[in-house]
Design a protein around this ligand. Sequence first.
Ligand SMILES: [Zn+2]
Length: 308
Amino acid sequence: MKRMLLIPMLCAAGFAFGQATTAAAPAQDLNPQGGPPMLGIHWARGFEPNARVTNEAKSARAKRSPNMTYHGGKIMPTAVTKAVFWGTSWGSYSGDKISGMDLWYNGFNISNYAKTSDEYTGTNGQVTSSTNHLGHIVDTSAATSGANTSTILAEVCKAIGSPDSSGNGYYAVYADTPRGNANYCAYHSYGTCGGVPLQFAYFFKLDGDAGCDPGDTSGLHSQGLAAISNVSGHELSEARSDPANPGAWYDSSGQENGDKCAWTFGAPLVTFSNNTQWKIQGEWSNAAYTAGTGYPNSSGQHGCLAGK
Ligand SMILES: [Zn+2]
């Protein structure tokens, strides 16, 4: 979700994500503390930011095409990715998340999953499935929640030094902060470090968090890794198809390609180009919806591609 009006009630001191469902209007641009907007928020399971939309509005919406439209901005023709593991606990971490996410990003390159976003074009060309992973950084300074996007951007700039000069740098911050009362699992946003544009994303620690768990029973990964890998597909796909302001591809409700297929899975496991396998949500394809070849999202619209 993105680019909606700031709701005054969310400007109160403290961060009122937990109250969003009580707002009369959709609770969007949850960024009361300033800084770049949160884009493509990956809402936790069962949280419906538009739950108060009237039945009348719903039926009007049902008559429109659910496809995303183009809003005049750039896309990411490629992505130069790097992961930042942020928080004191990463210093003594011995689980599979750090190595696992490096495998995930390496395998994303030229995967069928990456290809699910290839149809989208922008002022700077077309999304391609080619990405380049530069590994990870561990920063054992104390992490924060993602509530203040400026804080996360500052952390990215500190951790990586200078971003990729192409402007296609994508920096994924995996904090060791649990989600708490936040309604979302992750988001992506954009900014600059030293004048160079970049994309970044923020991910809570999702261990034992049922609201952000894809339910991977394969035994291939720890639950915590499975959870952040699923939301990583959501955010990276959205950043590639709708990275900045002005936006590129989102629908009449502000939903990006990951949002439109969130918490739906077109395959038990998706195989990446390095043969790693992940339980990961599909991504919306206008072309698949139009052709009727996608699998259905949570609204029964056949526009999701599994990328298996
Ligand atoms: Zn999203």
